[in-house]
Design a protein around this ligand. Structure first.
Ligand code: SAM
Length: 218
């Protein structure tokens, strides 16, 4: 795919898959116009990078459907300079979108090969990110608190560690439900121990495996 093709496909994706379905934050749409998704997709499926679906990135994991990435980004209401924790960095695409929106991004990914490749790709695009290999259900205490937290894997409930590591006034966007079907949910931290939550739409994510998520063998 050459640069011209990529630009054209990005424009179509924004128009039909994102704006056409109700994503209307202009900063989110602009980030999707500018970040080349094919960079984050493995060689065998590069030609499908702008398909309206998730794609395999190896290790049994996926890069999410563009619409879902856009919706979760919009729900986060990212402002320049926000400290954002992303749990489940996977390919690095969601992180690159957040970086394009001028957030400071901290990623946690349990697969070391995915974390390493994501960091290389993001760095090659000229952004700076901190990525930790490990269990993101425990957050990243060293850099907490975070203004926003996005979890891009399915959880049975909002992990307590993530709720603790959110600033008061901050937001957690997370798919909550069973291992096989969830709802994208916004959790807002109103005060130290006071939260409100709202389910936004149905979705299907790979499981969040960890101490405060699903058991790997379940
Ligand atoms: N945000 C990613 C992107 O833009 O490509 C897509 C993420 S993929 C749907 C979910 C990711 O969550 C997988 O890479 C998986 O390895 C990771 N994951 C699952 N449980 C995790 C945990 N406890 N901590 C960190 N990463 C986890």
């Amino acid at each position: 795919m050459d640069k011209q093709q990529s630009k054209l496909l990005r424009e179509k994706m924004v128009l039909h898959q994102l704006a056409g379905r109700g994503v209307n934050d202009s900063k989110v749409l602009q980030a999707f116009r500018e970040v080349p998704r094919e960079v984050f997709v493995p060689e065998p499926v590069k030609e499908h990078a702008y398909q309206d679906s998730p794609l395999s990135i190896g290790s049994g994991q996926t890069i999410s459907q563009p619409y879902i990435v856009a919706l979760m980004t919009e729900l986060l209401e990212v402002k320049p300079g926000d400290k954002v924790l992303e749990v489940g960095t996977g390919s690095g695409y969601q992180a690159a979108i957040l970086l394009k929106m001028e957030a400071k991004v901290y990623g946690v990914e349990r697969y070391s090969n995915l974390a390493k490749e994501a960091k290389e790709k993001i760095t090659a695009l000229g952004y700076t990110i901190k990525i930790k290999i490990g269990d993101g259900t425990l957050g990243w205490r060293e850099f907490a608190p975070f203004d926003k937290i996005v979890v891009t894997a399915a959880a049975p409930k909002a992990p307590q560690s993530l709720l603790e590591q959110l600033t008061v006034g901050g937001k957690l966007v997370i798919p909550l439900g069973s291992r096989f079907s969830q709802e994208i949910t916004i959790v807002e931290k109103r005060a130290k121990d006071e939260f409100s939550s709202k389910a936004v739409c149905g979705c299907v994510f790979v499981p969040l495996i960890g101490e405060e998520g699903w058991n790997e063998l379940a």
